[in-house]
Design a protein around this ligand. Structure first.
Ligand code: KG4
Ligand code: ZN
Length: 354
């Protein structure tokens, strides 16, 4: 089975052709980062308009690189939720038009399910099948829009359960906001990651509180640490040189510690021995290193997809769609964009003791 996947939920226009077995035949990602950078974050209307310009050439390129035409496809998958409504609409209308014109089945995919299954993608230089996790696994999904821990018992929506999520900002959002405060540009994750590598977290510890004091909870909160950095900058001005690197190391260390501790706690509480990383923040070197050490110490197997599978891409959408198609599922041309995920949320937004 060969399935085209289209992703336009946020600031990447992406399309890919993937088989039911997860083999990536093509994967085209066109980032809008440069377009949004002057604003320090994604501007929804700018995103939708750029998707409309880019989506047809990106889909054409994905088909061409895979050496197929629309007639060769077994179906068209598209991100239908969650995301920016106007941005999602562009991908949806494109997918519907193509599916209708080529007489192919259409399936909508929840973007978060795509991220959670991205670990199964096989890119050239493919990992051996024993490097893929068996179900069930515990997955940490940390991106610019979402941060949550899931128990994944299978690929279907009903087999995925949220164990805990952020009450406020996503982890990637915290990186982006702190980078903006420090004058480091957008997106913030990669540059903070780079500066943190030569920083001494202990030297800036007093500027950055621990993230989420209640250890036993699986919920995250990243807005407090962002405010602490803002207060520090307001009082002392923007740090430079080594002091900047130290602050980045302290901030990243606090975020990473919370992500690692809670993910490991979730795996132990569920009695599951496999941990999977997903989402753009999974590219963070500090997170990868600390998670690897924590999992090794407790005898947990850690599965980290390559970078291209962590950040937004069409391949994960095509693969999740292929599994839906293989299960006999179809959507109609009435499929509409939804800004929220279809995965049930257990964590409520907002503060208060829980
Ligand atoms: O998954 P993704 O590409 O898009 C969303 O669905 O949000 O994630 C993008 C997020 C951004 O917030 C970016 O700052 C963060 O992932 N990110 C990182 C790193 N690379 C990207 N955060 C920390 N360290 C990194 N190396
Ligand atoms: Zn994403």
């Amino acid at each position: 089975m060969r399935v085209l996947g289209i992703e336009t939920s946020c600031d990447e226009t992406a399309a890919a052709v993937v088989t039911e077995g997860g083999d990536v035949l093509s994967d085209v990602v066109r980032s809008q980062v440069a377009l949004h950078a002057p604003y320090g974050g994604v501007v929804p209307e700018v995103a939708a308009r750029d998707h409309a310009r880019a989506v047809v050439p990106v889909v054409r390129e994905a088909l061409a690189r895979a050496g197929v035409t629309a007639a060769d496809l077994d179906g068209v998958a598209v991100t239908s939720r969650p995301g920016l409504a106007g941005a999602l609409l562009v991908g949806l209308q494109t997918a519907k038009g193509l599916a209708w014109a080529a007489g192919k089945p259409l399936v909508g995919v929840d973007h978060l399910v795509g991220h959670l299954l991205a670990v199964f993608l096989r890119r050239d230089g493919a990992p051996a099948s024993d490097e893929r996790p068996a179900f069930p696994y515990v997955a940490l999904l940390a991106s610019g829009g979402h941060t949550a821990i899931y128990r994944v018992d299978g690929p279907a929506l009903g087999a995925i359960r949220e164990l805990g999520a952020t009450r406020d900002d996503a982890a990637g959002e915290a990186f982006d906001k702190v980078a903006k405060l420090l004058g480091l540009g957008y997106p913030g994750g990669p540059v903070v990651d780079r500066l943190a590598a030569t920083g001494d977290a202990a030297a800036a510890a007093e500027a950055v509180p621990a993230v989420m004091a209640r250890k036993e909870s699986l919920e995250f909160s990243f807005s407090g640490i962002k405010s602490a950095v803002a207060r520090h900058v307001a009082k002392r001005g923007r740090p430079e040189g080594q002091a900047l690197n130290d602050l980045c190391a302290a901030f990243q260390g606090a975020v990473v510690d919370a992500l690692v501790q809670k993910t490991v706690r979730a795996a132990r509480a569920e009695g599951i021995e496999r941990v999977v990383l997903a989402g753009g923040v999974a590219a963070n070197r500090g997170l990868r290193a600390k998670m690897a050490a924590a999992c090794a110490k407790r005898g947990l197997g850690l599965f980290v997809p390559p970078f291209a599978s962590c950040t937004d891409n069409g391949a994960m959408i095509a693969y999740a769609g292929a599994l839906r198609l293989a299960a006999g599922e179809r959507d109609t041309l009435d499929l509409a964009p939804e800004t929220r995920t279809a995965l049930p949320r257990v964590t409520r937004k907002g503060g208060g003791v829980r």
